[in-house]
Design a protein around this ligand. Structure first.
Ligand SMILES: Cc1cc2nc3c(=O)[nH]c(=O)nc-3n(C[C@H](O)[C@H](O)[C@H](O)COP(=O)(O)OP(=O)(O)OC[C@H]3O[C@@H](n4cnc5c(N)ncnc54)[C@H](O)[C@@H]3O)c2cc1C
Length: 466
């Protein structure tokens, strides 16, 4: 390991003699980030409330329609549970779509990755509820008519208008959830999974007719019908605006063009882009965009990459520029090394809370590994802290992998941050440890004693910080 502790310039840079370093605030409800932290926590709570309220509202639709009064025997109870399962299942599907819609309110509260994590978690319960809906209704209706569930299902398909669409919708939901299971997903290219995933929209659309034409809950003229229609329209509009219209507008507004590709080490390179109105993107250091480079063979692949520097927009910069730093972790990212200057770039974003927006305390700790070091470079550039209040730990297996290391060193010197290089392979005996073998029994606290009083940003391969 090459562990480097720069004498913290906290005492030398930016503080005048006699002026003590700003003490850590132990309580995130005080200090300059307190208000934004409280707002973010409030928004997170509101999201949880909205989620449960929408589920309760879906069930209340049936109760308000006098659902309970229709339950007098086992057959009716089975049918009633089937209806409730369908309502709850569809509500979860709407929530899943909204979590994936990149709503700024959701992204700003919990961040894009946690929103998608929750989206994934809802997948199985939603499918189970929709399957239960189909099975229980086939059983309940069958019991009422003296048919077994299979014969009843066939009768529903052939005799009831719009019901065949419900079967198609169910088949599409099953395909989407099965191809999203981790074990299955990794067998297929990302694009295959992505296009199957788009079938969710078709599944939701073709499920609508039978909801409105079968049963009386959503009959014409009922307020339940309007509520359900509003869910459809609201979710569809959010997706159309945030997933399609906003990226198209941002792409047109910023007119990004590749300026140059700068190799750092073999397999790692920075892409610099120039564009318009980049000042609107300042303050997003550390956040990511989804990039689509409009060159032959590349335009159909969209890649999430974080900014590795704050947009250069000041008077001193000749041409406003943006920068990302890419490691060739697959065929698509490797191809980007050959991008030609002048290539147009489409963008979505910025997304995520890997930024000052997530700050809650005065002290900040930034821990990066591999290519995950590069977003820290952008965050370090802009996030506020007083000299002596930031610690940066860079973990990599060789000094060659200290991507943008010189720039980070320079920024740490300038801003008064303490920097550690944690370089070298892990110990053969403790593969689970995150530190290099030469760090011995050191722990995170040995590098950052006051870590419990700091905001900690971690960026690296997904298995690394686990
Ligand atoms: C939030 C975020 C920020 C990132 N920032 C950086 C960065 O700054 N620098 C860097 O080098 N790498 C970054 N990555 C990783 C980078 O996106 C992938 O390594 C890269 O997209 C792989 O593309 P590929 O075609 O070479 O590989 P493949 O594995 O073949 O990927 C094929 C397709 O899947 C897409 N894809 C793969 N993984 C993901 C994913 N997790 N989310 C969405 N789409 C995905 C790719 O964009 C591509 O279209 C980031 C990933 C995420 C999720």
């Amino acid at each position: 390991m090459k562990s480097q502790l720069l004498a913290s310039p906290g005492q030398r840079v930016g503080t005048s003699p006699g002026q003590p370093p700003v003490p850590a605030r132990r309580n995130p409800t005080r200090g300059r980030f307190a208000a934004q932290h409280r707002r973010r926590m409030f928004r997170t709570d509101m999201l949880t409330v909205a989620l449960w309220a929408s589920l309760a509202a879906a069930l209340a639709l049936w109760l308000a329609d006098g659902g309970m009064s229709s339950v007098g025997n086992l057959t009716q109870a089975v049918t009633a549970v089937g209806i409730l399962a369908g309502l709850a299942g569809m509500d979860l599907v709407f929530l899943m779509l909204l979590l994936a819609a990149r709503l700024p309110f959701v992204d700003g509260a919990v961040g894009h990755d946690r929103a998608l994590e929750f989206h994934r978690k809802l997948g199985k319960p939603a499918l189970y509820l929709l399957l239960a809906h189909g099975l229980l209704l086939a059983t309940g209706y069958g019991m009422a008519e003296g048919l077994n569930p299979v014969s009843e299902a066939v009768a529903l398909w052939t005799l009831v208008p719009d019901m065949w669409l419900a079967f198609v919708s169910m088949a599409l939901f099953i395909a989407v959830v099965v191809t999203s299971l981790v074990a299955v997903r990794h067998r297929f290219p990302y694009e295959f999974w992505y296009f199957v995933h788009l079938l969710t929209y078709l599944a939701v659309a073709v499920a609508l007719p039978h909801q409105f034409s079968v049963g009386g809950l959503f009959a014409e003229g009922t307020w339940q019908r309007w509520y359900w229609l509003l869910l459809y329209i609201g979710t569809g509009s959010a997706l159309a605006w945030f997933r399609i219209a906003r990226p198209v507008i941002a792409t047109y507004r910023h007119q990004l063009t590749v300026r140059r590709v700068v190799p750092l080490v073999p397999g790692v390179f920075s892409i610099e882009m120039s564009g318009l109105r980049l000042n609107e993107l300042s303050g997003n250091g550390g956040r990511f965009f989804v990039w689509r480079f409009l060159a032959p063979g590349m335009w159909w692949q969209a890649h999430p990459f974080s900014l590795s520097a704050e947009p250069q927009v000041g008077k001193s910069s000749r041409q406003p520029t943006l920068r990302i730093t890419v490691r060739n972790l697959g065929a698509g990212s490797a191809r980007l090394a050959s991008l030609k200057p002048g290539t147009k770039v489409a963008i979505e974003g910025p997304y995520g809370v890997f930024s000052t927006a997530a700050r809650s305390r005065e002290h900040v700790v930034m821990i990066g590994a591999g290519i995950g070091i590069t977003p820290l470079r952008a965050l370090l550039e802009s996030t506020p802290f007083a000299p002596g209040q930031a610690t940066v730990l860079l973990r990599c297996s060789s000094t060659e992998e200290l991507f943008l290391g010189d720039e980070i060193l320079e920024l740490c010197r300038k801003r008064g941050a303490t920097l550690f290089h944690l370089t070298g392979p892990r110990s053969a005996n403790t593969q689970s440890a995150w530190l290099p073998a030469s760090a011995g029994t050191s722990r995170l606290r040995d590098f950052v004693p006051d870590i419990t009083d700091a905001d900690v940003y971690i960026c690296g391969p997904s298995a690394w910080p686990a």
